[in-house]
Design a protein around this ligand. Structure first.
Ligand code: FES
Length: 105
């Protein structure tokens, strides 16, 4: 599946993701800047915060309870916010677009 990351300065990164990897892992592996993932995907740092494009909100689903708590620590979180380490890549998500917040630019 293909995932598109858009950084705060509107640079677009189209990458080929592996099914089963997370959106965070895919960003790191492909050198997409702005996703630091300090905790390594344990849902405890909020430095992998992304905004899911509205068109994809339904497919990526709602944040889990732990993720919701962690998003309180993310800067400028809103209703599109997810922690990218908690989004698993599936074929369904082919074409997914996520934006990286200004605070992680
Ligand atoms: Fe730390 Fe996602 S990598 S919360």
């Amino acid at each position: 599946p293909k995932i598109t990351y858009i950084t705060f300065d509107e640079t677009q990164y189209d990458v080929e993701a592996k099914e089963g990897a997370t959106v965070m892992e895919t960003a790191i592996k492909n050198g997409v800047p702005g996703i630091e993932a300090e905790c390594g995907g344990a849902c405890s740092c909020a430095t992998c915060h992304v905004y899911v494009d509205e068109a994809w909100a339904e497919k990526t689903g709602e944040p889990g309870a732990m993720e919701e708590d962690m998003l309180d620590f993310a800067q400028d979180a809103d209703e599109r916010s997810r922690l990218s380490c908690q989004i698993k890549v599936t074929d369904e998500l082919d074409g997914l677009v996520v934006r990286i917040p200004e605070s992680q630019a």
